[in-house]
Write a protein that binds this ligand. Structure first.
Ligand code: HEM
Length: 171
């Protein structure tokens, strides 16, 4: 009878150890999420949790700011903004939650970019304005709890989203 442990046992144990290390590495990479540090990811997700309960008011601040600073954008949107406000907040919620699972999120944001370029008459410079309105909304809606670190983390999050959408525009 062969002695214990045999080479086969060592190979099995080494196989499990490698699989465990690979799983851990994969998990760690998943958490890093598209250029955001784990700390920034946490800042975005915890501040978003505070926006969700005031989501109607946040959407009002967002479009209020957009249309007062850029009245010419108003004609791009429908008369009744109720559906649009809900859609934007839903999409942002999905993005905040999905930023740790880019494989699933990116195709959805690409489709959104395609629709913005093809149907909504949106142009590339408008993305800068929308980013500014988003940061303004978070600052106004969350008050002092929205720190410069939150702002930086959100600016990066928006840059990532806009960066996926903008390549579908040719102007
Ligand atoms: C990361 C950036 C953006 C996000 C997450 C976003 C999100 C959305 C969502 C979820 C919709 C609903 C319709 C759909 O799903 O196709 C929408 C529609 C629309 N968005 Fe955006 N958007 C972004 C950037 C912009 C920019 C830069 C503009 C320029 C002003 C803009 C203007 C519009 C317009 C005009 C519509 C269509 C309204 C309608 O006709 O119903 N969006 N957006």
């Amino acid at each position: 009878m062969s002695q214990f442990p045999t080479t086969v046992h060592y190979t099995i144990v080494a196989g499990f150890a490698i699989a465990a290390i690979l799983t851990l590495l994969h998990k760690k990479r998943e958490k890093k999420a598209a250029g955001l540090t784990p700390k920034q990811l946490e800042l975005v997700q915890t501040s978003w949790a505070k926006v969700e309960p005031i989501s109607d008011a946040a959407a009002d601040i967002f479009y209020g700011q957009m249309f007062s600073t850029h009245p010419e954008y108003r004609k791009l949107f429908p008369e009744d903004m109720a559906k649009q406000k809900k859609a934007l907040m839903k999409m942002l919620a999905m993005a905040v939650k999905g930023i740790t699972n880019l494989d699933e999120l990116v195709p959805k944001v690409q489709d959104l970019g395609r629709r913005h370029a093809k149907y909504y008459k949106v142009t590339i410079p408008m993305y800068k304005t929308v980013g500014e309105c988003l940061l303004f909304t978070l600052e106004k809606g969350l008050g002092d709890s929205f720190t410069p670190e939150h702002k930086e983390a959100w600016a990066l999050t928006y840059e990532i989203l806009a960066g996926v959408m903008i390549p579908f525009h040719d102007k």
